[in-house]
Design a binder for this molecule. Sequence first.
Ligand code: G3H
Ligand code: 13P
Ligand code: ZN
Length: 309
Amino acid sequence: MPISVGIEVLRKASKENYAVGAFNFNNMETLQAIIEAASELNAPVIVEASEGALKYAGARMLYNMVQALANQTTVPVVLHLDHGKDFRLIMYALRAGFTSVMIDASSFPFEENVRQTKRIVDIAHAMGVSVEAELGTLKGIEDTVSVEERDATLVDPKKAVAFVEATGIDYLAPAVGTSHGAFKYKGESKIDYDRIKKVKELTKIPLVLHGASGVPPSIVERAERFGARLQGAKGVNDDVLREAVNCGINKVNMDTDLRIATVGAIREILATHPEEIDPRKILGPARAAMKEVVKHRINLLGSAGKALL
Ligand code: G3H
Ligand code: 13P
Ligand code: ZN
């Protein structure tokens, strides 16, 4: 089917209390892994490209790959721009055919975040494209010791309502205690569930969880066994993610897990088959490893079997 529009997929997820996996990609193998996994589970899926991905591969190239694979499957596939910070790059993604964009002006003061976000909403909505924006700072909550510090870092639910009303965004990424990358927590994974519930109750729109990779020990150990240095890596474990979805999360962003799965598989092949020079024999196992990771996460989110919009 044609590439789907973001809000059409996420409106249903919000109404029926499940989440759609949003996986970052930069190349063909990663995209195939994501779409094959979603197709086998009959799940809607979001494939997302960062500004770095657009610079690496080109927006039109990414769009064409997604269009080719979306046309071969019956599950809805959304093409989303992740963390758009540069106005021109967001326009570049819109021109290329992305069906969802994120404007990330969360590092600016509230009023400036509203101004920049509203400008993108006006343009994207005129093109039939959905918009995500972010409020608060992505940071592990165990780092923020006091209540005051936590309030200063994480999303303020009252501000979230004002933000949604002032900008007209389709979905919101509230900072609730996760962070990007492989080293999210020193201790156990934590998320401020009450804050998610409050934001959901007040805004009533789909919510997005960034920094949601699980960093599962199985893929970390494989990568480490073959030389990767990932000591202390920790992510959002399965139980914590499931509870975040129960509280109102509908889009779950993951990149790091696919990266670790990729390097683990590639390192193993290179170490155990030093004579191998065929890239397909090296990238093929990486694709298979990513597909397993994606399937595991989709099964947790409750979106398997939800392909019919
Ligand atoms: O949130 C960031 C994503 O993991 C994308 O990372 O900017 O290195 O492509 P990147
Ligand atoms: P992870 O680093 O946890 O995979 O998060 C990715 C993300 O939030 C992309 O926007
Ligand atoms: Zn993110």
